[in-house]
Design a protein around this ligand. Sequence first.
Ligand code: NAP
Length: 347
Amino acid sequence: MGGVAHHLLLPHPARLKPLRPRAAVARRGALCCSLSTDAAPAMTVSITGATGFVGRRLVQKLLSDDHKVCVLTRSASKATSVFPASTCPGVTIAEQGDWEKCIKGSTAVVNLAGMPISTRWSPEIKREIKESRINVTSKVVNYINSASASARPSVFVSATAIGYYGTSEIRSFDESSPSGNDYLAEVCREWEARACQVNQEDVRLVLLRIGVVLGKDGGALAKMIPLFMMFAGGPLGTGQQWFSWIHLDDLVDLIYESLKNPTYQGVINGTAPNPVRMSEMCERLGRVVGRPSWLPVPELALKAVLGEGASVVLEGQKVLPAKAKQLGFSYRYPYVQDALRAIARDL
Ligand SMILES: NC(=O)c1ccc[n+]([C@@H]2O[C@H](COP(=O)([O-])OP(=O)(O)OC[C@H]3O[C@@H](n4cnc5c(N)ncnc54)[C@H](OP(=O)(O)O)[C@@H]3O)[C@@H](O)[C@H]2O)c1
């Protein structure tokens, strides 16, 4: 990507505009505390990527609080098997032709769609990793922007990733840090730039830069545990790389809070407050799954299994959630040992 185009796509802070106070107050009332009350009015939330690892848990939480959900999916049959009508009566399932209608009747939109990144990367797959995010985000933003005032969702929560910052063994990053210069940083910049095209005069935008999500049913742990078991449980790579993680329940709470609370706006890092180095992560994981941490899993072996996608576990970044802290967000799992123990209890 050329320098000029690249620059134009950067989500410059000026493009994250504050909501007009009148719109904010009219929609949500004058909340000024850092955490919203649970008495928020019922919402209808349209969600892309709802059938995925994070989306499934988010849908569960919204339904349990009596909100309604529109699952925006590429495949209604897949979504129906994830959310059967018998157990999920509050869910409407929409394939792409019906996304616009759903978005235009929703109070909020959450954008979680994207092709998984921890696979072998070929040029074709790299293109799809990027385009899957950009295309879905553009489509959703166009539907929000073309809605009439009475049908327009008031909040748009769009996922991005801590890959935005690039990687480093020594620096730490918060929301004010600049973007990195590797492939994943470029993907995140373009993904965020598309989300920033939502009409921020009328719609509150939250960009969640998500860290490595820990949960029992998917994400990094589902990939790491088998690798880890295969190599007798040593650190992946040198072990010195940073691992900025978040427990799935905390991430879902952060999304939920972003939907309800008008003080949540702009870029928010979705990471726990205590990132660890990979060696510590693996040692703690070893204790939890009953494998002693032994020899490091060699980089070559990881690359043989994951190809270039191994960079996701071989190189990391230390990302701190300065904004969530400032907003008073309360983590259920601030420390990785507690997060892993809770997950292992459920295995
Ligand atoms: N999990 C993590 O550790 C982590 C870390 C950082 C950022 N994130 C980001 O957070 C979001 C949610 O993560 P997740 O782990 O829940 O993802 P996931 O389980 O991989 O699910 C993502 C969803 O995206 C849709 N999708 C998959 N491939 C697609 C493609 N080629 N084109 C369009 N849509 C596609 C699918 O929904 P349908 O089949 O229903 O359309 C899928 O259920 C993702 O964008 C991810 O990049 C996740």
